[in-house]
Design a protein around this ligand. Structure first.
Ligand code: AMP
Ligand code: MG
Length: 494
């Protein structure tokens, strides 16, 4: 697919606008892996650091691309907002990567645009660094995500609750098409443009559908499948997105918008950290049902592509209704793999037994406030050390399970059977040893903001980028906060 493709959709979909002036940019973080995938590795070399600072502060063009701010609409906490758009972001390049996939390179915090409303178009340093940590962690965890190429400090202050250092984060995505992009075009009432947007999204993300006879329905189903994969990934590792508005849901399925996101420590499906989510709409355990709600809004935006509204509803409605069943099945299978089990191809009685086992475990974990990450790694350690053979679930030599799990574990052992090595391999692949724990993320951000020392942040990123591998520093990052995280709050303002 050719580069500079998005602007071909026409001027209603963007504003051509340069990033704001930034007199003193300084490159703070550079992601070598992402840079290499885009053929930009030379910009990380010492002699090119100044040019990289200029480019990723939006002061010099990248590949002669003219920067754009993209238009989109969206439902925010259930309420439709017809004009959102990039209020603090600029698309600065479309680059074909080393897998021959066209990728967007976007600055965030790079100044005001037509879509800024009352915002300053800027981004503070801490949230920019936080996006780097969280998106790299999610990539390491194997969850589809946008990634961070660079963080540049601007030398300016931005006003938040007080003055803070300013920064610009460079985000790389398979595209920045959102559910809200479709909502925006549907609201324009221009069916031709909506068709062009659908064809563009298909060409970028689902080229196999280009010749489909049921393009619209197939597209919706493909987007649904990506949502299932991504959000099941979130549920597997304890990620709470925090602001699942339709403008923050990508067509590609990549996790985007690392504003108020956080990780769950003690298991509780009601867990919410976002300061603005007072009703708990985007709580950990609601993420599946919210995905369905969001997909229904996307489906509504696709209805004008049918000859009549009724036809659209008749075709797309049943697909949306099926979502939760699809999601729940994927959830059960994911939880089964976390326990070294599988539902695929299992007999009905085994399926029921595994599902009951999962439900019981989650109930116990919630009642006993067990740590979501540690419980599964403890179970794996315990299984590894137990002598083989059937019998009561006695403690293994070194690992002691929480008392609440003793009775449950004997049923688990029965279902595991004799093939421990397959079960253990599956558990290792699905249960991270470390996640970016909220308190540790905050600690390294505080040090970076107060002293400019990025070494603790880099150490954290190194460990959480390989979360399934044991390394010497792993143990330093495994503990939940000593006193829980009851007062922990996150904020939107990147
Ligand atoms: P978000 O909560 O990050 O999904 O942002 C919602 C909308 O607010 C998007 O249209 C953003 O571009 C816009 N926005 C957020 N922060 C700012 C800011 N500091 N300046 C301008 N627009 C912003
Ligand atoms: Mg957003």
């Amino acid at each position: 697919m050719r580069e500079a493709s998005y602007c071909g959709l026409g001027p209603q979909l963007f504003q051509s606008i340069s990033p704001a002036l930034c007199p003193q940019p300084r490159l703070l973080l550079w992601n070598e892996g992402v840079a290499a995938s885009l053929g930009l590795q030379h910009l990380g070399q010492n002699e090119n650091r100044d040019s990289a600072s200029q480019i990723f502060a939006g002061q010099t063009a990248l590949n002669a691309f003219s920067p754009l701010a993209l238009a989109y609409a969206g439902h925010q906490f259930g309420h439709y907002n017809p004009s959102l758009g990039d209020g603090r972001a600029h698309l600065i390049a479309e680059i074909t990567d080393n897998h021959n996939i066209l990728r967007d390179v976007q600055l965030k915090g790079s100044g005001r645009t037509r879509y800024s409303r009352n915002g300053d178009g800027k981004c503070a340093l801490k949230p920019a660094l936080r996006e780097y940590i969280m998106s790299e962690a999610m990539y390491g965890l194997g969850v589809p995500t946008t990634r961070t190429l660079a963080v540049v400090s601007t030398g300016e202050k931005v006003m938040r609750t007080g003055p803070e250092d300013g920064a610009i984060v460079t985000r790389v995505a398979d595209s920045h098409l959102r559910f809200g992009t479709f909502q925006y075009v549907a609201a324009l009432g221009d069916a031709e443009l909506l068709t062009a947007l659908l064809d563009y999204a298909i060409e970028r993300h689902f080229p196999e559908l280009a010749t489909s006879e049921h393009k619209v329905a197939d597209f919706l189903q493909a987007v649904m499948a990506r949502q299932v994969e991504t959000i099941i990934g979130w549920m597997r590792v304890g990620f709470i997105h925090g602001v699942m508005n339709t403008d923050n849901m990508t067509i590609s399925g990549e996790t985007i918008d690392y504003g108020p996101c956080a990780m769950m420590n003690a298991y509780d499906p009601q867990t919410v950290f976002s300061s603005i989510d007072t009703m708990g709409r985007y709580a950990f355990g609601n993420q599946g049902i919210i995905a369905q709600w969001n997909l229904a809004r996307l489906a509504e935006a696709l209805i004008p592509l049918y000859p009549t509204q009724q036809q659209g509803v008749d075709v797309l409605g049943p697909l949306i209704s099926r979502f939760i069943k699809q999601f729940d099945a994927a959830f059960d299978q994911m939880m089964a793999t976390k326990l070294g089990l599988s539902l695929e191809g299992a007999d009905e009685d085994v399926r029921q037994a595994v599902k009951a086992l999962i439900e019981n475990l989650l109930n116990i974990m919630q009642a006993a406030s067990l740590d979501y990450t540690q419980t599964f790694t403890q179970l794996a350690d315990w299984l590894r050390e137990r002598p083989t053979g059937k019998g009561p679930a006695i403690a293994s030599e070194h690992v002691i399970l929480p008392a609440a799990l003793t009775e449950w574990s004997s049923r688990w052992l029965e279902l595991i059977g004799d093939d421990r090595s397959t079960a253990l391999a599956q558990m290792k692949a699905n249960n991270p040893l470390v996640i970016p724990r909220n308190h540790q993320v905050e600690d390294v951000l505080e040090i970076a903001a107060q002293t400019g020392d990025l070494a603790p942040l880099r150490r954290l990123v190194t460990v959480v980028s390989s979360p399934y591998e044991w390394m010497p520093a792993t143990a330093d990052y495994q503990s939940p906060p000593a006193h829980g995280d009851a007062g922990y709050r996150t904020f939107c303002g990147t």
